[in-house]
Design a protein around this ligand. Structure first.
Ligand code: SF4
Ligand code: SF4
Length: 328
């Protein structure tokens, strides 16, 4: 595969992005992350607004999250997005109100033969994937690949990505309201002898509806990965499903580079100073270039080690790790 072109743009010269953008087949979805409630280092809406102004009929697209958050239901997700300044374009939450509206996209992956992506994605002929490049507890770093994969997966897809994950009820937080029991599609939850909700993990299909409806945040997923590299390779496969049959272009913002991702509901200090932004038609190349530039400036970021995303992405044809960095 030939070297991919990755363009470097200074933050103060954001207007240069316009000449780099391809002619997008309509309709175009701009894939973004609106930032978790309480997080202050997510990508500021102003930058996305400026880029959205460079394309015709922009629609901001996103999927719901698994855990208890305003972003786990479309209505509150959109409300939070607007509070975070994403009020300049239509917002389309692709996986429906509760994140269970998905399409199975067939791929020939090492881990997946089908990927469950937000159903609404089907109508978009092209994607402009705008990502905040930063660290991530499980994936090492989050950039274009992570935004495409986890970011376009519906609940079922997100759970497939974390297939080993079992839902748990924290009894001390359970108020015994019964909402999870009423909403569980497979009757996997019942009150135990102490009157607290308990999940039968043999019955549970990992849809995460219980997390969405629990008013006290008593249900959680014990995040982690026994073989974290498997998780990272799985991300690359979901990213491939996300772009299958559509044109895509990528912009990574290398600013506010924190150790953890924008889903962390906390204030974090950046690990290094802002670098600028990259633009490329190749999701692997842009993440590789982002990773290299951040490490060059901040050796500490090397411990994030998200190499498996890049390695597997190149292996399955999502893109190439060989790139040419061009000053725009
Ligand atoms: S994840 Fe879904 S299937 Fe499992 S207990 Fe919760 S609601 Fe029921
Ligand atoms: S929805 Fe939450 S608080 Fe209510 S019974 Fe289930 S776990 Fe307990």
């Amino acid at each position: 595969m030939a070297k991919a072109k990755v363009y470097f743009v200074k933050l103060s010269e954001l207007n240069k992005i316009k000449s780099l953008l391809p002619e997008f087949p309509a309709p175009l979805g701009i894939k973004v992350h609106f930032g978790e409630e309480g997080n202050v280092t997510y990508l500021p809406a102003g930058y996305v607004k400026e880029i959205a102004g460079m394309v015709k009929n922009p629609v901001l697209v996103e999927c719901n999250v698994l855990y208890k958050s305003p972003r786990s239901q479309a209505t509150t997700h959109k409300k939070l997005a607007r509070e975070h300044g994403f009020d300049f374009a239509e917002i389309d939450i692709l996986d429906g109100e509760l994140g269970d509206d998905v399409d199975a996209i067939k791929i020939k992956g090492e881990f997946f033969k089908e990927c469950f992506l937000g159903k609404g994605l089907a109508k978009y002929k092209s994607l402009l994937v705008i990502s905040h490049f930063k660290g991530h507890i499980s994936s090492g770093f989050g950039g274009a690949i992570k935004n495409l994969s986890m970011g376009l997966a519906g609940r079922r897809g997100k759970l497939a990505l974390h297939a080993f994950i079992k839902h748990q009820v924290k009894p001390e937080k359970c108020s015994a309201c019964g909402a999870c029991i009423a909403n569980c599609p497979v009757g996997a939850i019942a009150f135990d002898n102490s009157g607290k909700a308990k999940i039968n993990t043999d019955k549970c299909i990992s849809c995460s509806k219980c997390i969405s409806v629990c008013p006290t945040g008593a249900i959680s997923i014990p995040w982690g990965e026994k073989d974290v590299n498997v998780f990272r390779k799985r991300l690359a496969e979901y990213a491939l499903a996300g772009v299958l049959g559509r044109e895509a272009f990528y912009i990574n913002f290398l600013i506010n580079i924190t150790e953890k991702c924008d889903c962390a509901n906390e204030e974090m200090s950046p690990m290094t100073s802002d670098i600028g932004l990259l633009a490329s038609p190749d999701p692997v190349a842009i993440d590789q270039a982002s990773y290299d530039l951040v490490i060059k400036q901040c050796k500490d970021f090397e411990k994030q080690n998200g190499d498996a995303q890049l390695e597997h992405g190149a292996k399955i044809g999502l893109g190439t790790r060989d790139y040419e960095l061009i000053n725009a």
